[in-house]
Structure formats: structure tokens, C-alpha cells
Design a protein around this ligand. Structure first.
Ligand code: SAM
Length: 224
């Protein structure tokens, strides 16, 4: 999907992916990652998700990255937050205590601009990309977190012959292919969520599962 696709979705407020609460799998599984308070958490492709608020409530410092200025404005307005504006690498950044919202293309973000990261939370970011862009997304994520950090990843899976994304079907094999070189991939929870997603059912799906994955950094191999 190109930037124009998402910018227009926000302009037209076609944001069926947005939830009115923090994602239940975040609340259930964040503690499994063992992330300390004060940790710096990266939330790629964050939209205006209330997951940002949840992570802040856990004492984390959070950086969200989002293309759409409308999403960022709505998040700040809805949370009644007064943000300062700075610029990082030519991208506008809204900053409030414990939160930075970088407005721009995730693929343009540099590790220097982001700073060191302790954990990543991805819900509806990887799966917003078609399979041929997911590889590029995963490479960028790994480049931004040069020392491996834990990742809580939430994906959807369905029969791709029934519907074209977004969201894109992302089965276990794809998660393994993208991450297993640097991560052990642990399945935390898988739920049948078709009934909770009538819009996707209306697009033709007869089955839909949602999965929370804990990507655990592999220990570096000892040198001989
Ligand atoms: C499916 S939505 C998910 C939003 C959020 N993670 C949530 O759970 O509500 C994907 C979001 O990624 C943003 N996006 C898409 N491509 C992007 C990119 N290359 N860089 C930054 N944001 C992007 C879109 O504007 C959209 O808000």
C-alpha cells in the first residue's frame, strides 16, 4: 500500500482498524515480555491507537510512527494532550511527557533519529503491508533495533483466496520466515475473531484468527 492509500483512509475517516480501547492481547500479554518501567517502546504505524496510552500507563516511554497528520492530531485532541513540536530528520514530531509521535514514513526513519529502543509493539503494522512489502518492513524494524529487543506482534490470518488485504493474511510460516533468524517465535494466544469483525466477514471471509506472538531475541552464539 502506498502512502496515498493511507492518507486518504484518514481523510475519509475509513478507519475500521481503530479500536475504542487498548487491544485485549496487549493488556493480556505485555507482561510476558518482561519490559521494565521506563523502557523505550517503539510502536510502528501507530494510527491513533489507545495502545499508546496503555503502554504509557505501564511506565514506558513510547515512540509512535505514523504517516497521517490527521491520526496524530486526533490522538492528541482525544487524549486532551498539549504537545510540543520538534523536527527530527525533517519529520515533524509531537512530544508530550513520555510520548513522541513521529509524523512520517516508517521506512525513512533512521536508528540515530529514533534512539535506542528496548521493546517493540506491533498491532496491525506488519499486516498492513502486502506480503512482498512485509520483508522490507521486517528488515527496517530489525535495522532500527540493532541490539535485538523483544517484540509483541499481533497478526491476523485467513484464507487469502477469500479476500485481498489490508489487513493481509500473515500465517505462522511468514512470521517465522521474517523473524526466526534473530528471534525465537512463541505463540502466546490465538483466537477465532470472525464474529468480532463483521466488516471483514462482509468482504467474504469465512474464517479469521488473531494471534499474539512473543518474538524473543536469540542469544548470540558463543564464539569458539
Ligand atoms: C491498519 S492501521 C493500524 C494502526 C494502529 N497500529 C492500530 O492498531 O490502530 C495502519 C496504520 O499505518 C499507517 N501507515 C501505513 N504505512 C505507513 C508508513 N510507511 N509509515 C508510517 N505509517 C504508516 C497508516 O496511516 C495507518 O494509520
Amino acid at each position: 500500500m502506498d502512502a496515498k492509500f493511507w492518507i486518504e483512509k484518514w481523510e475519509q475517516q475509513q478507519i475500521g482498524f481503530h479500536l475504542p480501547m487498548a487491544h485485549p492481547m496487549l493488556a493480556s500479554h505485555w507482561s510476558a515480555l518482561g519490559v521494565e518501567r521506563d523502557a523505550h517502546v517503539l510502536v510502528p504505524l501507530c494510527g491513533k491507537t489507545l495502545d499508546l496510552v496503555y503502554l504509557m500507563s505501564q511506565g514506558c516511554h513510547v515512540t509512535g510512527v505514523e504517516l497521517s497528520p490527521i491520526a496524530i492530531r486526533q490522538f492528541l485532541d482525544e487524549q486532551a494532550l498539549q504537545a510540543d513540536s520538534i523536527d527530527i530528520d525533517g519529520m515533524p514530531v509531537a512530544t508530550v511527557d513520555g510520548l513522541r509521535l513521529i509524523e512520517g514514513d516508517f521506512f525513512r526513519l533512521s536508528p540515530q533519529a529514533l534512539g535506542s529502543v528496548d521493546a517493540v509493539y506491533d498491532r496491525a503494522a506488519l499486516i498492513a503491508m502486502p506480503p512482498d512489502q512485509q520483508e522490507r518492513y521486517a528488515q527496517q524494524l530489525l535495522a532500527l533495533t540493532s541490539v535485538s529487543v523483544p517484540i509483541l506482534l499481533v497478526t491476523l490470518d485467513y484464507d487469502p483466496s477469500e479476500m485481498s488485504g489490508p489487513p493481509f493474511a500473515t500465517p505462522r510460516e511468514q512470521v517465522m520466515r521474517l523473524f526466526e533468524e534473530r528471534y525465537e517465535v512463541d505463540l502466546l494466544e490465538r483466537l477465532d475473531v470472525l464474529a468480532d469483525n463483521p466488516a471483514l466477514e462482509g468482504r467474504g471471509l469465512t474464517g479469521l484468527t488473531e494471534t499474539a506472538w512473543h518474538l524473543k531475541p536469540r542469544q548470540p552464539k558463543p564464539k569458539n
